[in-house]
Design a protein around this ligand. Structure first.
Ligand code: FAS
Ligand code: PHB
Length: 389
């Protein structure tokens, strides 16, 4: 088989890139290790920046998102019972959109399958060959049969545990990582959200987040120990701990129900440089990870897709390689700013096991400064709604 761009990974990065390229007549093949149902079963991001919203519309998959999403002009932040708002619209004239990654991925799968463009599921032993040579190609196995795809370019959209990043030699790759000493225990419940806005809550007992997917589907998180497993937490224990971490007014309003999904996500900051090696381009979680506090994971994947899509478009349309040559530099410039914001917000809102009393006072002072200072809120708003592409 031959194609112009082989895309490894059928998550949001790979599917969005594939859909954008397909609409411009550029041939792609998407290789996904799992099944579509497995990918759709992973509960992940919930907040889309305007850049991602625009890309979904440009990809022709924005209609359901535009119908069903919630537009949020701000968010709430609390420390104990002290609750205050950050008004994004007021500071940036921009909002964010609440529309789950599951729905984004579903819309992209539907579009891919409707287009007839090839997507291969259950691909095994995917390997990248000659990425830094003149005959890049990908080999893989499906149902016991070995296959090869010759291509012009390879997009490594296969997430943190994929094969693409590992293909770049260690002599070329530089990796930067911070692993946080806690995780997020998240649940989905078919209950109305406790508030119309998200609540990022800090407390003496740790962090909590009240989010949502729609008017009757809520998403809640509490900071938990890395030694915890979801089975250690009954629903009742989760709800009790969540109530202890959010303002009393919200705890009283909280409507609880049985969890329909319960999982723990570890938190890490990670970046690999460069994001390009010859004809291989890394995109999304394959190249970088953020703690979900700043809602930047999916949204930095989106800006990578934007840069790579336009680089490939110019390469095929007029032979101009400038976008591809500058891809890694441009993507990383925005990624590092998102890494900084995610790291800053995580440090501000979470309890660290080794924190001193002084450290706690610094955290409380910074939250109070954010509450009281308009400029501090403007900086928060600019980072949360998404820095320019
Ligand atoms: P993905 O990991 O989503 O997709 C990669 C795809 O490649 C997967 O479908 C995988 O099966 C496939 N793949 C892997 N190896 C392969 C191989 N060798 N061959 C073929 N296919 C292969 N972000 C937020 O903004 N908010 C959140 O609350 C949030 N929660 C998260 C919770 C968890 C547990 C995780 C892991 C991430 C979370 N994220 C969150 C970040 C998440 O949304 C990612 O940023 C987003 O999924 C990135 O999309 P992709 O780059 O497509 O990577
Ligand atoms: C979510 O709804 O899953 C969500 C929202 C905001 C975040 C992280 C996760 O910062």
């Amino acid at each position: 088989m031959r194609t112009q761009v082989a895309i490894i990974g059928g998550g949001p990065s790979g599917l969005l890139l594939g859909q954008l390229l397909h609409r411009k007549g550029i041939d792609t093949v998407v290789l996904e290790r799992k099944t579509k149902d497995y990918v759709l079963g992973r509960i992940r991001a919930g907040i889309l920046e305007v850049g991602m919203v625009d890309l979904m519309r440009e990809a022709g998959v924005g209609d359901r998102m535009d119908r069903e999403c919630f537009v949020h002009d701000g968010t709430l932040i609390s420390y104990g019972d002290d609750l205050f708002g950050i008004n994004f619209k007021d500071h940036t004239d921009t909002s964010v959109v609440v529309y789950g990654q599951t729905e984004v991925t579903r819309d992209l799968y539907d579009a891919r399958e409707a287009s007839g463009a090839p997507i291969l599921y259950n691909t095994e032993d995917v390997a990248i060959h000659d990425a830094d040579g003149d005959a890049p190609h990908v080999t893989y196995r499906v149902a016991g049969q070995d296959h090869r795809i010759d291509c012009d370019f390879i997009a490594g959209c296969d997430g943190f545990h994929g094969v693409s990043r590992q293909t770049i030699p260690l002599s070329v790759r530089r990796e930067y990582e911070k692993v946080y000493p806690f995780g997020w225990l998240g649940i989905l419940s078919e209950t109305p959200p406790v508030n119309d806005e998200l609540i990022y809550a800090s407390s003496d007992r740790g962090f909590a987040l009240c989010s949502m997917r729609n008017a009757n589907l809520s998403r809640y998180y509490i900071q938990c120990s890395l030694s915890d497993s979801p089975d250690d937490w009954t629903d009742a224990a989760f709800w009790d701990e969540l109530r202890r971490r959010i303002p009393a007014s919200e705890a009283e309003a909280l409507i609880t129900g049985p969890s329909i999904e319960k999982s723990i996500a570890p938190l890490r900051s990670f970046v690999t440089e460069p994001m390009r090696w010859g004809r291989l381009f890394l995109c999304g979680d394959a190249a970088h990870i953020v703690p979900p506090t700043g809602a930047k994971g999916l949204n930095t994947a989106a800006s990578d897709v934007h840069y790579l899509y336009h680089g490939l478009l110019h390469r095929y349309a007029d032979g101009d390689d400038d976008g591809l040559e500058r891809y890694s530099e441009r993507a990383l410039a925005r990624i590092w700013k998102a890494e900084r914001f995610s790291w800053w917000f995580t440090n501000l809102m979470h309890r660290y096991p080794d924190q001193s009393e002084f450290d706690l006072k610094m955290q409380q002072a910074e939250i109070a400064f954010l509450r009281d200072n308009r400029d501090a809120q403007a900086v928060m708003a600019q980072n949360y709604v998404g820095l320019p592409y």
